[in-house]
Design a protein around this ligand. Structure first.
Ligand code: COA
Length: 276
């Protein structure tokens, strides 16, 4: 069953606003961002601008409680549009990097949990895009890699920073120095992929996981996400202070009042959270 058929159960409406992406909100408060720039979803200027705009909208939209980013069967995304690397010089390089960074940073900073559903190729900026999400679900046939070195360059969309934080420096160096592609199974063993899906199932599996996340206390999930991501960038001591403040803040939410009461009256795991 593809996203279309699942969407058929819960889609409120498709929002036809963009040219290189499509967005859709499902009845279970899951937002889909679908890259739709054939043949391989190369990240050109238009796609990046649209992705940025969609991400900024989602950041403000409290009706969205989880996000799934997906591509097509052939490619989640084959990276930056290489034709835009000309003329080949550092001025072009700065332009490309400056174009990509705010988009990926905005995605990484989304308050909602995010999942990349990887089918086909996730290469270069495509893998970096997936790394800006909280989780990665990949189909067994997916191929992942940071191919930039094969162009004589290095990743410029967060690959040298987000990848080693996720899988350790030597595995990141292996991928970045060689540019080789690995299969989803190896990526799973390395912790680069979180869940493996059967052929044709990555989109639905990601949507199901997102739907589950969307039933959680969204403000507490946001607080946990910020504490983890910001904490990883600094000293343990600072991270612990940050966590203390974030923890205290979650006790101000309606979901905390509801969750605590529900536990005391009905036992664990029964609370129906509101996302507020
Ligand atoms: N930027 C721009 N165009 C790209 C692209 C990219 N990152 N990746 C693929 N394309 C284009 C190809 O040039 C080709 O265009 P054409 O049909 O006009 O000739 C089309 O997409 C299909 O690609 P093709 O190579 O013919 O398909 P394939 O199935 O043999 O291989 C890939 C697919 C993705 C494995 C291969 O295209 C590839 O390695 N792409 C580059 C990936 C990369 O290095 N990304 C990092 C960029 S920094």
């Amino acid at each position: 069953m593809g996203p279309q058929s699942r969407a058929g159960k819960g889609t409120m409406e498709r929002e036809v606003v963009y040219k290189s992406i499509e967005t859709e909100i499902l009845a279970d408060a899951v937002k889909i961002i679908r890259l739709a720039h054939p043949p391989v979803n190369a990240l050109n200027l238009e796609l990046l601008e649209e992705l940025h705009a969609a991400t900024q909208d989602i950041a403000k939209d409290q009706s969205v409680r989880a996000v799934v980013l997906m591509g097509t069967e052939k490619a989640f995304c084959a990276g930056a549009d290489i034709s835009q690397f000309k003329p080949v010089n550092s001025t072009t390089g700065k332009e490309v990097a400056n174009r990509i960074r705010p988009v990926f940073d905005a995605l990484a900073a989304l308050p909602q949990p995010t999942i990349a559903a990887i089918t086909g190729y996730a290469l270069g900026g495509g893998l970096e895009l997936a790394l800006a999400c909280d989780f990665r679900v990949a189909e067994a046939s997916a191929m992942l890699g940071l191919a930039e070195i094969q162009l004589g360059i290095i990743p410029g969309g967060g690959g040298t920073q987000r990848l080693p934080r996720l899988i350790g420096s030597s595995r990141a160096k292996d991928l970045i120095f060689s540019g080789r592609r690995i299969k989803a199974e190896e990526a799973l063993a390395w912790g680069l992929v979180d869940r493996l899906s059967e052929r044709g199932s990555a989109h639905d599996d990601a949507l199901e996981w997102a739907a589950q996340l969307a039933t959680g206390p969204t403000l507490a999930i946001t607080a946990a996400k910020r504490a983890i991501d910001t904490g990883l960038d600094g000293r343990l001591e600072d991270g612990l202070s940050l966590e203390g403040e974030a923890f205290a803040g979650t006790l101000d939410t309606q979901d905390a009042a509801l969750g605590v009461d529900s536990f005391l009256n009905q036992g664990p795991g029964k609370a129906q959270f509101l996302g507020r």
